[in-house]
Design a protein around this ligand. Sequence first.
Ligand code: KG4
Ligand code: ZN
Length: 355
Amino acid sequence: MRSFFDETAEKAKALAVKGEATILAVESSCDETAVAIVKNGRQVLANEISSQIDIHALYGGVVPEIASRMHVEALSILYRSALKNAGIGPDELDAVAVTYGPGLVGALLTGVSFAKALAYALGVPLVKVNHIEGHVSANFVADTTLEPPFVCLVASGGHSHLVNVSRYGEYEMLGHTVDDAAGEAFDKVARVLDIPYPGGPLLDKLAEEGDENRYVFPKMHTVNRYDYSFSGLKTAVINQAHSIRQAGGEIVARDWAASFRKAVVDALLDKALLAVKDTGAKKLALAGGVAANRLLRREALRRGEQAGLRVYMPPIGLCTDNAVMIGSAAYYRLIKGEISELDLNAQPSIRLIEE
Ligand code: KG4
Ligand code: ZN
């Protein structure tokens, strides 16, 4: 009897020749369960997301055990609604894709197990996708004309990367955070302002009405010119708030939020534009949950266009975690014949580029 891998490798070859594939994608790395169906890497047939934020908000952050249990409950429901909304049957799926890392190990395992069982039952190729690569690929869905090469600023709850996307699925790391990620800094500073979890989006909203010049926060310093470091800024902002309050003073939350947001966005874009200039890139893309930030979006467009660049960014719903981005990344892996065996495991600490 032929193995699952041999059988699906043959199917993957045939799909690559045609250049066509309808992929069902699964994402369960953190606190959103998502299933999507994406055609040829760019066309969204279904995009189902079940957010667990309300439950985790009760605890002030993601509780891994609860996340895993909720993924298990949601996956098959989302699978069925994805097929229904796409108007197709399971026999029309050409491949199954899944996020295998980075993320919470238990949460990842729920999606990986589901995807393996489904790929085996359907007899179709299984494609593993790195979550960060997924975030980058959301840009291919948002603008179907976008082609590499381009520089991508990936800023999420766990990562802040500046990467050169030289070809589909090929990355060169230009810089990354040496400590906290940008999203993490937003969430921690939000806590000081009594903004509930997840702080980033609400802090952003509050900042829209604030005076960004009222408070002055320290500038970022790193050894590598493209690296980020948000820990110093975060600690300075939190300590400054405590000192003002201990001395009986008050901080104006909206101005505090606006000044902090400006400091983060300036740092993100200063380095991104420096990298673009040094590498001679013509295109800059944003990706990851922090790319939903309103000031970052406005300033990337303004400063990018001023520098003569084309600036790309996914719509807000494709910046935060979703499975459409996984289905897009998977297409470019699949047509290169990069498929997995059924012993695929979750890799919670995997990087975008293995050293
Ligand atoms: O990419 P993502 O959904 O999950 C990870 O892979 O980490 O990113 C989530 C992060 C959180 O830290 C959240 O606070 C932040 O993205 N975020 C924002 C905004 N929307 C989400 N940060 C600033 N402004 C926003 N509008
Ligand atoms: Zn993410």
